[in-house]
Design a protein around this ligand. Structure first.
Ligand SMILES: [Zn+2]
Length: 174
């Protein structure tokens, strides 16, 4: 899913990354995967994204090696989307970008915050736990509602009203 011929011709690592991640919705899908969203119907409910766009973005992320598509039911055929090792490496960039948006572009601040599960302390925008002075791996983070918490009423938002360990599957009741 190239952004354009001229852009694709850029011999630049950032351009390569944006070829994979730079389209509208893509990073929000990746963010939801970190929250534990795995199923098409859950992405759809949480993101209010057109079906065809969601299907195309998921397909592109699988082709790029960011997500794996894993069959969890044969009748009817249903797949889950699980992040790969390569995809996991996106967490620090995603977290920094989100903190930047909260600081400069969102009058209400961040909707969600992240705590070091071992000690309960909120991590800083650099991903470091101020209590333990370590960079916390995403698997050791809990995501919880921030100060600004609009009551969206979709299955994913409901499941995320309580603290939830990052990357563990969210149970969403439809
Ligand atoms: Zn800590």
């Amino acid at each position: 899913m190239a952004l354009g011929k001229d852009y694709a011709a850029q011999d630049c690592a950032l351009a390569r990354a944006l070829e994979v991640l730079g389209e509208r919705w893509t990073l929000l899908i990746v963010r939801d995967v970190f929250y534990g969203v795995r199923r098409y119907s859950d992405f759809l409910a949480h993101l209010d994204i057109p079906r065809a766009v969601l299907a195309a973005r998921l397909q592109a992320l699988v082709e790029a090696g960011v997500l794996d598509k894993v069959r969890y039911s044969d009748t009817p055929p249903r797949d889950e989307y699980v992040i790969t090792e390569m995809g996991r490496e996106l967490w620090p960039a995603l977290h920094t970008l989100s903190a930047w948006g909260g600081r400069h572009l969102s009058a209400n601040g961040s909707r969600r915050v992240f705590a070091h599960a071992a000690c309960g302390t909120l991590v800083g925008p650099n991903g470091i736990c101020p209590s333990c002075a370590v960079e916390v791996p995403v698997t050791d983070l809990d995501v919880l509602p921030g100060v600004y918490s609009p009551r969206r009423d979709d299955p994913v938002s409901r499941a995320m009203r309580l603290p939830h360990r990052m990357l563990t599957p969210l149970t969403c009741e439809h």
